[in-house]
Structure formats: C-alpha cells, structure tokens
Design a binder for this molecule. Structure first.
Ligand code: BGC
Length: 750
C-alpha cells in the first residue's frame, strides 16, 4: 500500500496532468476529449480492466466482504465495475480500493434493481397491467432514488423482452406480450431510472435487456434457443429495445440465447450493425452473467479465448462475471487477433458513462450515509408503491354484490397459504437491502385487511394447505372457518420462487392441492373471492367457472397487503388490464392475441372441422389480452372519423366518447386496435395501436381522440422495409382485445 502523503502527491500530480477531466461536463465533445486523454495514459491491461465486471458474494449478514484476489485486482485498476455490492458503507470500501490504482478510475456499482430497491414495487408484469405509464415511470424513479442513495449507479433493468409463453419464468420481469405496450413501458422505465439525466445523484444508468429475443426461447424453457424470422424479430421483439434507446438508455445487456444459430453475446449483426450502427447507440453493452464463456457450450466458440475474441469483435463491451476478457483479451490484442481499436472503443464507451455520472468529479458522490438513511425511509415511497400496486390488480370475475366487500359483513374467513405471508409478497428479483428486516416491513394481506376492516368485522384464519405438495390435512379447518363466515376470501397462487430466472414450468396450473382446497371451501355454499398471487398467467379453469370473484394480484411488493385491502373494500376501484393472454391449457401455448388469421380460421361461421384448432380444446383464451373488469361500467359511443381516406401526410382523427355508467368513479383503459385486411405480407388479426387510461366520475363522459397516421400502420414487408401499404384498414376500439365496442374502416392511399 502506498504511503498516504506520496499517494496524495501522486493524486494531485495526476490532477494537474488530466485536470480538465475532473470536472463533470454534460457537453459530449468535452467528455470525448477527456476520454481520449485518459485512454492515451492507459496500459492494455488497464483497458481490459475497464471491460471487466465482477460480482461480490453476500454473506448472511448482508455484507459483501472483499476477497484478497478482488482487492488486488481492483487496486491495480483491473476491474471496471462491481455487481452485487450495495449500501454506502460497502460501495465506499470498494471505491477506496479503486482509487489506490495508478489512474484512479472509479468503479461502477451495478445491481438488479428490477422492481424497487428497499421499497418493492409490483413485479414488472404486474405493473404493466396498470397501463399507467406515469405510475410506472414514478416507480422506476423511486427505485433509482433509493438505489442511488445506497451507492449504486447502474441497474440491470428494464427487461424489455416480449414474452408470449407463460411457461417461461421470466415473463414476470417484463411487460408482457404486446410490442406497443412494452415499448411505451420500456421508454417510461428508462426515463424513470435515469431521471433528469446521468450526473444527478438520484439517477441510475438503465440497462435494456436481454438483447435480443430471449423471450422467444423454444418451449418457454429458459436459456433455450430462439429461431425466428427477421421480420418477426424486427416487428415484434426489437421495438422495445429501440424505444429504450430512444429514451436515452445508457446500457444494454445481451441475452443468453442463440438467435437463429448465433449466440446473442457474439452476434455482430445485433450489436454492431443494428444497435451501434443503425440505432447509433452511444452507451455500452454488457454481457449477461458468464454468457461470453458460455459461447463454448453453445458450440460457437472453440474455447474461452475464442469466446473472448468473438464477443469483443461482435461488439460486446463489458464482460459480466466470466473473467475471460481479463484472461485473454490482452494477449488477443498483442497477437493481433483482436484490433486494439475495438478495445479502445469499448473502453471509451464505458469511461464516457463514468464521466457522465460525475464519478471522476467525485467518486464518492453516491456514498452519503445521511442521504441513504433519509431516502430509504421516505414515507412517500410506500404511498406510491401502494398506489401502483392497487392499480396493478386485475379484476377477472365479479358476481353481483360480492366485491367490493359490503361493510355490513360481520364475519369473513380468510384462507390460504399466502394470507399471512409477508416477504413472499415481494416476488422474485427483489433486493435484500442489508439491515432491513423485511418481515417487519412488508404488511401481510392478513394484517392489512384486519386493519382496514377494523373491529366491526371478525376475520377467521385457516391456512388450508401449502402452495405445493399433496397435504390436505388443513382442509377441514379451512372448511370450518368458511362455515363460520358470511363470505370467504382465499389467497392462493405460486410460491414466489416459482417464477423468475431458471423458473420455467411445464405445468402452469395453480400448484399443489390449492384448487382442491378452493373446491372444498366453495362446497360450503359461501360466496368465495379468490386472490391469485403469481409471477405469470396461471391456469385455474374450475375456479374461473365456479367462484364468485377473482382478483389477480401477482406479486405486488412491499405494499401488497394494503393495496389488496384497498381494492377488496372498494377504496380503490380496480382498473388493471392483462398485458398477456391467459390460456385455458398449456397445450394452447404460445397463445397471443395478435396472431395471424391462417387460411382456415376457427370461427363460428367455419363450414366444417378442417380449421386451425385443437379437437380437444376451445381456441379462445381463458382471459384475453387487455381484459380486466371494474366495479363500475363504461359505455362506448359516438365514433366518428375526421376522414375515411388517409392520404400522404394526412393523419386521421378518430373520436369517441366513453361514459361511466355505473354508480362509482373508475378508470378505464380505452384500447385502439387495427387490422389491415390485405397486404403484401399477412397481418395479425388485430394489433394494439394506442390506448388512453381515463378517470371518470359516475355519469362523466370522456371525449377521446386518437390520431391514426401512416407510421402507426406501418410494418415490415418481405424485404424488411418499413412501409405503410395502401389498403383497407379496420379500426377497433374496445375495453380488451376480445371486447370491441366500436368498429370502422379507413382506406390508406398510396
Ligand atoms: C440475468 C440478468 C441479470 C444478471 C445479473 C443474469 O443471470 O440473466 O438478467 O441482470 O444475472 O444478476
């Protein structure tokens, strides 16, 4: 270790030589100059260091002790970023080591801040159900504020993978199956995480992942191959990434899968041609965990050295966790196998972000323990989480007079394995912040409902059964509890560990004996309200057909209990709509609303049985994309168009009225779909084109205007050109993809 005074002298000498670098500047040219100046001083080894990210390993007490090997690497400037180090105390310790290095280049601290930091928001799929872009941006903003106050500068979010297969465990991390909705959400999340811009102490660098097409893994099995047409890639899977880039996303992460035979990590077309070329992305690309080395398993790289070469050549800038850049890249450059300019370019991209973040200005600017304390305990964050959680709950069924709960109910039975759980409400990919006792911090559904109902209503509890397993020994107690009550609420679902990475399921029915428990309780004749907690669409046909009411409550985060209680009693009127189709059976998967018609569609008017269908299954989904009920009702009327013919440069305005026809205030998500009847390539039966979420008091009317233009109707033709082709286009407005209230046609002219 260098003597502190000599160290200080060296620090000030360095300051003199590269002084202009040490002020934070938002001017990109000034930053470029600083980056170039720094690059000229760096050895090849130090450059490779900037391309290397390591992970710390947490201990049970929440600390991330520094190993000797790591300490040595950081002190020699051989590490560019850390993963899984959090909290101002720990990040400062690591940063101090980085500043011992010759060039004192600060470390970046990255973490999976997926749906909140200390305050946990609903899982992203649930939040997507809110269709509330402001709310989603705000939740990312709060997550960023908390994480940045805790020493983090970089989140590995948002995940913007389109997912049409609910068997895939990672559907929980994204915005569902629709490209337009997911793109808008991607934009909102990036804006939320990055706030007023890098350089603010409450902004995180966002990371759009996983580039690309990870959600289309064959069979919904995580990490599996993806084989798709380029047209499908461009039309369905790439737009959310483009939206993130348009929002200014600082980084992208590539995906584990191979895409048409080429692993995404080594996919030059995706990284250099599309992302850095056509889209002019100026941030940097990080590999997924170990994905560079895994190109050997794919059979794409001969060995790890080859994998390092392939990833760097393809345009992957930083190596997460595999260590192969550190091992081989220096030698690959020295032997002429990898051009130095590629390494320089990658290092430059990373350094630029470090400058933009202001880390050269003050490497400890994210390490203020007082700010950390104040931010992590801001009560406003909990209130925001409760609001977005309530807005993410989807009302799937409601028999008259069941929900909202009548205030005159004297006894309610509250049954099921989720009722008294607390941390389970957080769902997968939640952060464990050191020193936070989540069992105290997360309000259980039981406590929240009891607080909400007060002393006037007696709540009777029975667990009934576990999430998994065959044990029915608790059924009798549950039936007994139901018999004592006027109404039963059952909270069932998946264990939170059943969705997320490497959590694909071949069977997505309500697990264990939970549906049998529902049957036993339903047999008492009492009205049964079912809450389904899950990280994906589940299959629960019997329940859907038989119980009185169903709320899909996903995993809603720290405020799950309160949000559920708010909706149960009607303090919040549910307004969420499914961002993903719910199948009737696994055999229907993949099932999504924007499919092609085929030559033999399964429609009621079909002349015979030679249609595209299963002989043992209905073709329709259990719940359609965009579906969700409210405690009030809405009427759609007054459709009018500013014109029937769309000529070049002349958009058409579609007007309509939506009226709240029920007795209470509510929010409606008004959805606009289109269908081009004939084109040079077949078009989906319907595609979401726009939506509005409107709040309406009883009797109130919203006048809604959608602008329909050529860009909205454009698609990729067989030669991958984006075109708006002349033809007849049906426009549909509804409250879900299966509940269209108004239809009209326009004609698009050359
Ligand atoms: C996941 C990424 C995540 C990374 C770091 C990987 O296994 O695929 O989404 O960001 O780990 O935790």
């Amino acid at each position: 270790m260098m003597h502190p005074i000599r160290s200080a002298m060296r620090w000030s000498l360095l300051l003199l030589t590269i002084m202009p670098m040490f002020c934070r500047a938002s001017d990109p040219h000034a930053i470029d100059e600083k980056v170039q100046a720094l690059l000229t001083q760096m050895s090849l080894e130090e450059k490779v260091g900037q391309l290397t990210q390591y992970s710390a390993t947490w201990k049970a007490d929440g600390t991330a002790p520094i190993t000797e090997e790591m300490r040595d690497a950081i002190e020699h400037g051989l590490v560019g970023a850390m993963l899984n180090v959090l909290g101002t105390r720990d990040t400062r310790q690591y940063q101090e080591l980085a500043l011992h290095a010759r060039l004192k280049i600060p470390l970046l601290f990255g973490l999976d801040v997926i749906h909140g930091y200390k305050t946990t928001f609903p899982i992203p799929l649930a939040e997507a159900a809110s269709w509330d872009l402001d709310g989603i941006e705000r939740s990312a903003r709060i997550a960023a504020t908390e994480a940045a106050a805790s020493g983090i500068q970089w989140t590995f979010a948002p995940m913007v993978d389109i997912a049409r297969d609910p068997r895939w465990g990672r559907v929980m991390e994204g915005a569902g199956e629709d490209t337009l909705l997911a793109s808008r959400i991607a934009y909102a999340r990036v804006r939320g995480f990055q706030g007023a811009g890098l350089g603010e102490t409450d902004a995180l660098m966002a990371c759009a992942k996983h580039f690309a097409a990870y959600g289309a893994a064959v069979g919904g099995r995580d990490y599996n191959s993806v084989d798709m047409s380029e047209r499908m890639l461009w039309e369905t899977y790439l737009p959310p990434f483009k939206a993130a880039v348009d929002a200014g996303v600082a980084t992208l992460m590539n995906s584990f899968n191979d895409l048409n035979g080429i692993p995404a990590t080594g996919n030059r077309y995706l990284l250099r041609e599309v992302l850095k070329g056509q889209w002019n992305f100026d941030g940097f690309v990080v590999s997924d965990w170990h994905s560079i080395a895994e190109m050997v398993n794919h059979g794409f790289a001969a060995d790890e050295r080859d994998a390092a070469r392939l990833a760097m050549t393809a345009g992957n800038d930083m190596d997460m966790a595999s260590g192969v850049y550190r091992k081989y890249l220096g030698d690959l450059v020295a032997t002429g196998r990898v051009p130095l300019r590629l390494v320089d370019e990658a290092v430059g991209r990373i350094l630029r972000k470090k400058f933009e973040l202001g880390l050269f200005d003050d490497p400890y600017r994210f390490d203020d323990p007082r700010r950390e304390q104040a931010t992590l305990n801001d009560p406003e964050h909990g209130r925001a989480a409760r609001k977005i959680a309530a807005n993410s709950i989807v009302l799937l069924k409601n028999s008259p007079h069941v929900l909202p709960l009548s205030r005159s109910l004297k006894t309610i039975a509250f049954i099921g394995p989720m009722v008294k759980a607390n941390k389970d409400n957080l769902g997968g990919w939640s952060v464990t912040v050191p020193g936070v006792d989540y069992s105290q911090f997360v309000v259980s559904q039981w406590d929240a409902l009891r607080n909400k109902l007060g002393d006037g209503t007696r709540l009777v509890y029975a667990r009934g059964c576990d999430f998994v397993g065959e044990d029915r020994s608790g059924f009798a107690e549950a039936v007994d509890a139901a018999r004592q009550a006027e109404l039963v609420i059952m909270s069932v679902g998946e264990q939170w560990t059943m969705s997320g990475e490497a959590r694909s399921r071949s069977n997505i029915h309500l697990p264990g004996v939970q549906e049998d428990l529902i049957k036993a309780v339903q047999a008492t004749g009492k009205p049964v309200v079912v809450l389904i907690n899950a990280g994906r669409p589940l299959i629960f046909n019997w329940t859907a057909d038989n119980v009185a009411a169903i709320l899909y409550t996903w995993f809603l985060g720290s405020e799950a209990g309160n949000a559920i209680a708010d909706v149960l009693v009607g303090d919040v009127n549910p307004s969420a709509k499914l961002p993903i189709t719910f199948p009737r059976s696994e055999g229907q998967i993949p099932l999504y609303y924007n499919h092609f018609n085929t030559g033999r569609p399964d429609v009621p008017t079909a002349p015979d049985r030679f249609v595209s269908a299963y002989i043992d299954l209905e073709s329709s989904p259990r719940y359609a994309f965009g579906f969700g009920l409210s405690y009030t009702t809405f009427d759609y009327s007054g459709l009018s168009l500013s014109g029937k013919i769309m000529r070049a440069g002349e958009p058409i305005t579609l007007n309509l009225d939506v009226r709240n026809t029920g007795p209470i205030a509510g929010d409606e998500v008004v959805q606009l779909y289109s269908h081009q009847l004939a084109a040079s390539v077949v078009r989906p039966v319907m595609e979401l084109r726009d939506f509005r979420k409107v709040h309406l008091e009883p009797g109130q009317i919203a006048h809604i205007a959608f602008t329909v233009d050529r860009e909205m109707l454009a698609f990729y033709n067989a030669r991958l050109q984006r075109v708006a082709e002349p033809g007849d286009i049906e426009l549909m407005v509804g409250s879900s993809s299966a509940d269209i209230h108004l239809r009209t046609h326009i004609s698009l002219e050359e």
